[in-house]
Design a protein around this ligand. Sequence first.
Ligand SMILES: *Cc1c(COP(=O)(O)O)cnc(C)c1O
Length: 394
Amino acid sequence: MENAKLGTKAVWAGEKDYLVHGATQVPVVLSVAYGYDDLEQWYEVATGKRDGHIYGRNTNPTVQSFEDKVKILEGAEAATSFSTGMAAISNTFATFLVPGDRIVSIKDTYGGTNKIFTEFLPRQQIEVILCETGNHEQMEAEVLKGCKILYLETPTNPTVKITDIERMAKAGKAVGALVIVDNTFATPINQTPLSLGVDLVIHSATKFLGGHADALGGIVCGKKELVEQIFDYREINGATMDPMAAYLMLRGMKTLHLRVCQQSKNAIALANYLKTEDLVEGVYYPGLEEHPNHHIAKKQMKGYGGMLSFSVKGGMNMVKELLPRLQFANRAANLGAVETTVGPARTTSHIECTPEERAAMGIPEGLIRVSCGIEEIDDLIADFKQAFAYVNRG
Ligand SMILES: *Cc1c(COP(=O)(O)O)cnc(C)c1O
């Protein structure tokens, strides 16, 4: 398994130890508790001296199989999962941060994460410094002043800005900070932050890992000693992944490599096509040479991912006319699914912000986020073409 390529690992990794009765697929174990006739054995499992399961809030075989698969794809020592991506993020912060700590991050994190930074952490006397996304000098200067955590997300939502992971991991290391990357947009198929020097990788498994918009989940991977601390917090806090969700994740992940490769191919083709439409003001995609940090994306990513955004002339009024015309796109808040999904930034990633705040963040009111699905690209382009033709009809 170790020498196999990513696409092969996505299919096979993490499953073998959990198969029973000759089944070729991992079973969904719904049992809440695990019984022991031998009380001594029960005690040994409960105290961690022997492998096994005690109670579903702590561990579950189906959930562990999912954790093992992601762990192997990310090249991590350990992984622990959660009920949602936000649970993964907030439990990780709760594990390591205490009043008086300082955390450095970027302005463009996921909306929920941003809310933790601007409201919840300050309430607990934790100082949060949010730097301009992509301004590495500013980030380095803030990190050098000392911090407990350096938290990154790259590419970001919705304008797909890029941060140099290796460079920032070095800066974090220099001051003994924990360096954490939300790898949801890239997936381990396109980017493995642990190999670039970071300590922990987080995913909203709800998105690309699951891939079918039918299960919620989150996961944190990295050094065993760190992941164990997060697990200790999570098993008490109770934000445990459901076994049925874990099964859907496992099933979805078998095609992760196929899906993400197709989505990345679709995204670059769609981005190039969108540039040719008169109504389009700007196209944001790290795979485009004109993207301000394309050179960094090229260095740290294998593919540029399925997420792109573009802005249209005429602002929100135009967005309202254009999006309902699309046949092969869900107008919805999720991303990373097999179906293409579109939505205005002001309704999806940045709904918490005022128009002024969005403008300050460089998010035009006419910005549309696109999560490319696995459809055939000719159909996607034809679909956008007919929608533009409709709004251009005069
Ligand atoms: C969706 C998302 C999250 C939150 O995940 P949930 O599973 O919805 O809780 C975190 N980070 C990024 C980048 C996301 O896209």
